[in-house]
Design a protein around this ligand. Structure first.
Ligand code: PMP
Length: 312
């Protein structure tokens, strides 16, 4: 397909051509069933196969143990900004947040509507050019929330922020999930809208440590309660079947390509190419501090800022 152009958007982002070709075939006729993938009943054996395969592949890719549930929700990462405090906070606990960029800020704004909050660290004063250095949690921390990759600012955590073992670490990994191997055991919840690194918009992946389900208050709205998904295998209502299918094919592509270790290698190579070009140029100016730079989103401006609008 020679007419395809470079897609530099962070999300919805480019999908592997191989995945698009497989999806194209199966939109018309899923695996020889005589029905397209969008027409399959979510209660039928074909869709069951898709969701089982997605689970299995993700569990293999990230080495996820049985202590964790994998669920598929809707409403994007933005819906998780509300779901996390609703499910994890009580009157006695406080949501702890690291403010490292615009998406962290949005998560904080939503959580503020729903419970008490503590700012555990911030790099706002540094225009989010770096990750917050000093993290201090409140004594009543119900969880510590951070954004692993700050999409718009171009900074990334390549290892987790320090967090006491009794405080669940909650991560918005929307723009870097599967970009590197991850030790899932360090996390209470990992969530990611799929449209950047793992598929297409419409489905949000949530990986949740099962013991956290016990602290969920009663009477949450059905579709915001994580238990609705863990109890009904993500089919409490009609799930986003096509996005789950595309997610499944993307996960299988990552696996065929060599898994997260290979993704990490490729991402390092790609990012080095770009940062080297920026650093050796008198025209471009990198935004993020070198030690915090993202492998996913390479952000830059121009040395001569007066030329920026013309450049764009
Ligand atoms: N978190 C991060 C890190 C993001 O990059 C984005 C989207 N750019 C969001 C959350 C919001 O995601 P959604 O549009 O899926 O709600």
């Amino acid at each position: 397909m020679s007419e395809r152009i470079h897609n530099l958007s962070p999300g919805p982002a480019v999908l592997p051509l191989e995945v698009l070709e497989i999806v194209r075939e199966n939109i018309l006729n899923f695996s020889g069933s005589g029905l397209g993938v969008m027409e399959l009943s979510h209660r039928g054996k074909e869709f069951r196969r898709i969701i089982d395969e997605a689970n299995l592949t993700l569990r293999k890719l990230l080495n996820i143990s049985d202590d964790y549930a994998v669920i598929y929700m809707t409403g994007g990462a933005t819906n998780q900004f509300s779901a996390v405090p609703m499910n994890l906070l009580s009157e006695k606990t406080c949501g702890n947040y690291i403010l490292s960029g615009v998406w962290a800020q949005k998560a904080i704004e939503e959580a503020k509507r729903l419970g008490r909050l503590h700012l555990a660290g911030s790099s706002k004063e540094q225009q989010y050019k770096c990750l917050p250095k000093d993290i201090s949690l409140s004594n009543d921390a119900g969880y510590l929330h951070f954004t692993s990759n700050n999409t718009a600012c171009g900074t990334q955590y390549l290892s987790e922020p320090e967090c006491p073992a009794n405080v669940p670490l909650v991560c918005d990994a929307s723009s870097d999930l599967l970009c590197r191997p991850l030790d899932v055991k360090k996390y209470g919840i990992i969530y990611a809208g799929a449209q950047k690194n793992i598929g297409t918009s419409g489905v949000t992946l949530v990986i949740i440590r099962k013991d956290l389900l016990e602290r969920i208050p009663e009477n949450l709205p059905l579709l915001l309660d994580y238990r609705s998904y863990t109890n009904f295998e993500s089919m409490v209502n009609t799930p986003p079947c096509l996005p789950i299918y595309i997610l499944c094919e993307t996960l299988k592509w990552v696996e065929r390509s060599g898994g997260t270790a290979e993704m990490f290698k490729r991402n390092q190579e790609k990012a080095t190419l770009l940062y080297d070009a920026i650093d050796s140029s008198e025209f471009y100016q990198g935004h993020a501090e070198p030690e915090c730079r993202s492998l996913m989103n390479v952000t830059f401006g121009l040395h001569d800022t007066s030329l920026e609008s013309k450049f764009l």
